[in-house]
Design a protein around this ligand. Structure first.
Ligand SMILES: Nc1ncnc2c1ncn2[C@@H]1O[C@H](COP(=O)(O)OP(=O)(O)O)[C@@H](O)[C@H]1O
Ligand SMILES: [Mg+2]
Length: 316
């Protein structure tokens, strides 16, 4: 039996999802016989950790602060062992521009992209470079904020007229935006879970959007607007290739415990698999993809939580 603090909520755009992830983790920890305290990550976080001195913290936060290395840094400082990736890996995953550079430099596939900051746009005339970028990436292209989060701010631009509005929308989420080549293909999520033999890829989940929401990326995350199939119907060698790629990216970015790698299978000739992003702390709700994938691998949610907690204690 351990004394475990579940960190949830926080101030990010994904607060509501995090509250649900956290509640589900708390239930599992209680069933496993642990003593659980629930902490809504706010200004009293350090105080509460220092006063409670838990044996471990289960980080069920998503988005800014909780998934970007900030809370992990605090946990390191306070000396409380915690679940999932450390500060540096979280920073690499949270920043899509950084992770895509690292992935590309490692020779792994990710859609072609250009990124710039609000400063470059406003003070350095980066808007003048848009036509060149558009020629390189071709239409349609995808505009998204560099900092990740549940498809928030992800826009599809079909022509040059759509680009400025999409960029402004993305800037409302982050000071850096990414213009990325659009991949026409299948949306695959490969969850990775650490274990005694190192990180292991779980069965692949495919998100199949209903026709009318094909280009509405935010709608894809709403229940009923997307069907999720696990394991994805893919030939054996493609499944193996996607799982190997996911583990390679997980290792490259230095993840620990678990993570979810979002891929696209480009259906154009010679397209292949492309890495979109890595989620250092993916959703853990009833409908989230990682728990579904774990279950498909025969790992029930409680067993998943138990394993992740053991890994946290082993690291501390
Ligand atoms: N380059 C792209 N080509 C096609 N679809 C994309 C592309 N980038 C993102 N999408 C769609 O938007 C969704 C969210 O994008 P993603 O990069 O994973 O950001 P988020 O952090 O918001 O999940 C993807 O799952 C995919 O459906
Ligand atoms: Mg994603």
């Amino acid at each position: 039996m351990s004394r475990v603090a579940v960190l949830k909520g926080g101030a990010s755009f994904e607060r509501q999802v995090s509250l649900r992830s956290g509640a589900r983790v708390e239930d599992a920890l209680e069933r496993l016989g642990h003593e659980v305290t629930s902490i809504d990550a706010g200004p009293d976080l350090v105080e509460r950790l220092e006063a409670g001195r838990p044996d471990a913290a289960f980080v069920a936060l998503h988005g800014r602060d909780g998934e970007d290395g900030t809370v992990q840094e605090i946990l390191e400082l306070v000396g409380v062992p915690y679940t999932a990736s450390g500060p540096a890996a979280c920073m690499r995953c949270m920043d899509k521009v950084l992770s895509k550079h690292l992935i590309r430099d490692a020779g792994l596939p990710t859609p072609d992209f250009f990124a710039f900051t609000e400063t470059a746009f406003r003070s350095l005339g980066a808007a003048k470079a848009l036509p060149a970028i558009e020629r390189r990436l071709e239409f349609p292209l995808v505009v998204k904020p560099a900092a990740q989060g549940s498809a928030l701010g992800v826009r599809f631009a079909g022509s040059p007229d759509d680009v400025p509005g999409a960029i402004v929308a993305a800037f409302s989420y982050d000071a850096r935006v990414l213009l990325e080549r659009h991949v026409a293909g299948r949306d695959l999520a490969v969850s990775v879970l650490d274990g005694p033999d190192g990180p292991q890829a779980l069965p692949i989940v495919e998100a199949i959007p209903h026709e009318e929401h094909f280009y509405d990326f935010e709608a894809r995350y709403e229940i009923g607007r997307t069907s999720f199939v696990c394991p994805a119907a893919l030939p054996g060698e493609l499944t193996a290739a996607a799982q190997t790629l996911a583990v390679d990216v997980y290792r490259l970015l230095g993840c620990y415990g678990f993570a979810r790698v979002d891929l696209m299978l480009d259906e154009a000739a010679g397209g292949g698999l492309q890495v979109l992003e890595v989620n250092a702390i993916p959703g853990l709700t009833q409908t989230s993809l990682l728990p579904q994938a774990a279950e498909a691998a025969g790992i029930e949610f409680d067993a998943f939580v138990a394993r992740v907690l053991d890994l946290a204690l082993a690291r501390g």
